[in-house]
Write a new protein. Structure first.
Lengths: 324, 244
């Protein structure tokens, strides 16, 4: 498949935004259930939510560049019963609204306890909204992943690993960002974010490695025999019927050499996983190194998304093998 | 989604000669019709590009010298379970319940191209000029046009095909020409493993053979031969009687 840069930016930006929101809520929960008296000001969560909101908004903006008729984009929310793309169109603005609510409640300090527990702890309003935000983040990860995983004519994508990898890579990048943000302010949750980010980077790498391994030995969904229905073992295309270009030869082929794909695969394994892991691990608590880790990781994840598209081999390509 | 009526094409690969008449007539009719335009870019330049609803491809099957050439017209198959329809986020892609034709509402399409990812046949082509997805309509603006004579109410490709390789009809009606052709000539669907249940069917190539025996090459008895003596009869014949 041809990688569309609008979609590369959309999926990587909102992934980082979702991961950051989950990290913020996880940090709040960590401090609430912890035994210490440490807590963070509402401003920490408010600014953090604002960063996540900017990432989500930039992703949404990028997605509009994928559409030929962005003014009709509102229609894309209508078919949520059948279309994962439509569900994502609903889930993304809903999450943005929740990010505004979560950050706004923290900024205004509207944080009354909703219920009290026997151990003296309480469920505060911001915590409750945070839980809903986390659910919305996970729902959006599911929608984004399923858009690709449900395309059964691209075998490389039609797998549960697509959803898992989108989620894990988004979480990893969000937690690295959260670590950099927390370290810049010198807050108590920096250690939590650094540790979690390291674990998430490793888990995301394992998931991505499994999908790379799966792609390398994947069997095609169909052969030319079934595609044209000729009962022969040996079929070759003489001509696809035209010498020029068509939508079918542009949208479904990335047009780059296998060496480019291999090179970028190596690059994203290094830049998206190995380098940020080293920077986060070695630069314990150093805000500058953590910000660098996030930027290096983001570039790596962009390359990862490019390779994800380029490795998707659509069944229709059987019909477009030779100009003649 | 089981329609009571399902219009479709039946394409006889044994008859198709790969002349592309269906391709050009489709483009001619549809670019100026209801489903148009089908724009070309750089049509006379080095790198032409364009939208077509129908393509004719050519494949070579078998191992030399036992090969055969298959000309293969490919357009939207109007699947009975079209995977392109439910994934459309706006509802622009739809399958008509009245006759099973799969269409795109150009006024609702946002040009996200997601439907084309969900078609295993590459039947949809995106129009970059108007920014909407386009596809074969089975000439929906011809087949119900009562200003046309009844025998002309067929898709443009069917009318254009010089050897008559394309049939058009309701495949749910067992008495239609299309249904009979599928039944009698082993009509099949493309890529059944995709689970789309295409409405368009293809008729397979058939080996046309006639066996000639050695004795049929020698004329053992030729009633028109003037070389042999005519048979003699004993008495006068009617010719003798009339020749005075």
């Amino acid at each position: 498949m041809r990688p569309a840069f609008s979609v590369l930016f959309l999926t990587t930006l909102i992934g980082a935004g979702q991961g950051l929101l989950i990290a913020l809520v996880a940090g709040q929960l960590f401090l609430v259930v912890g035994t210490g008296d440490a807590s963070l000001s509402g401003g920490f969560y408010a600014v953090g939510s604002l960063i996540a909101l900017v990432l989500l908004a930039l992703g949404l903006l990028a997605s509009f560049f994928h559409l030929a008729h962005p003014m009709r984009a509102w229609r894309a929310a209508t078919q949520w019963r059948t279309s994962w793309l439509s569900r994502e169109v609903i889930a993304l603005p809903a999450l943005m609204g929740l990010a505004v609510l979560y950050g706004g409640l923290h900024a205004l300090g509207w944080d009354g306890p909703l219920m009290h527990f026997a151990n003296g702890k309480s469920l505060d309003l911001t915590m409750a909204v945070g839980f809903v935000t986390v659910i919305a983040c996970l729902a959006l990860f599911l929608c984004t992943g399923m858009i690709y995983a449900c395309v059964k004519f691209i075998r490389e994508w039609h797998s549960v690993w697509t959803v898992i990898n989108y989620t894990m890579m988004g979480l990893a990048s969000g937690f690295v960002l959260a670590a950099a943000y927390a370290a810049s302010l010198g807050t108590v949750v920096t250690g939590l974010y650094v540790g979690t980010a390291l674990v998430l980077i490793v888990l995301a790498l394992v998931g991505r490695a499994i999908s790379l391994w799966r792609n390398a030995r994947i069997k095609p969904l169909a052969t030319l025999r079934g595609a044209i229905g000729a009962p022969h073992q040996n079929i070759r295309q003489v001509t696809q019927g035209f010498n020029g270009k068509s939508f079918n030869t542009k949208e479904f082929f990335h047009g780059k050499s296998p060496e480019t794909v291999r090179m970028l695969t190596t690059f994203f394994l290094a830049s998206g996983f190995a380098a940020p892991f080293a920077l986060v691990a070695l630069g314990m608590g150093s805000a500058a190194l953590l910000w660098l880790a996030f930027l290096v990781q983001y570039v790596g994840l962009l390359a990862e998304r490019w390779v994800f598209f380029a490795q998707g081999n659509h069944v229709q390509n059987l019909y477009y093998q030779r100009k003649g | 989604m089981a329609n009571e009526k399902q219009l479709a094409l039946v394409i006889d690969l044994n008859v198709c000669v790969g002349c592309h008449a269906c391709v050009t007539s489709c483009k001619e009719w549809n670019t100026s019709g209801w489903a148009g335009p089908l724009p070309d870019q750089d049509a006379y330049g080095k790198d032409p590009d364009g939208v077509f609803f129908n393509r004719v491809q050519t494949f070579e099957c078998g191992t030399f010298p036992d090969t055969e050439t298959v000309h293969f017209p490919k357009s939207c198959l109007h699947c009975e379970d079209p995977p392109c329809v439910p994934v459309c986020p706006t509802g622009a892609s739809y399958k008509r319940e009245s006759d099973g034709i799969v269409l795109v509402d150009y006024d609702k399409c946002i040009g996200c191209k997601y439907c084309s990812w969900n078609c295993p046949y590459g039947a949809r082509e995106f129009d970059e000029i108007t920014g909407v997805m386009k596809k074969c309509t089975l000439c929906v603006d011809r087949i119900y046009d009562e200003t046309l004579p009844p025998d002309r109410r067929k898709p443009a490709c069917v009318l254009a095909c010089p050897p008559g390789a394309r049939l058009f009809g309701d495949i749910k009606d067992p008495t239609s020409e299309a249904s009979k052709a599928i039944r009698d000539n082993g009509g099949y669907q493309l890529m059944p493993e995709a689970g789309t249940s295409p409405a368009n069917h293809y008729l397979p190539r058939r080996k046309t053979q006639s066996v000639v025996h050695e004795d049929q090459l020698q004329r053992a008895d030729n009633p028109l031969s003037r070389e042999a003596e005519p048979p003699k009869f004993g008495g006068p014949t009617i010719d003798d009687a009339s020749q005075w």
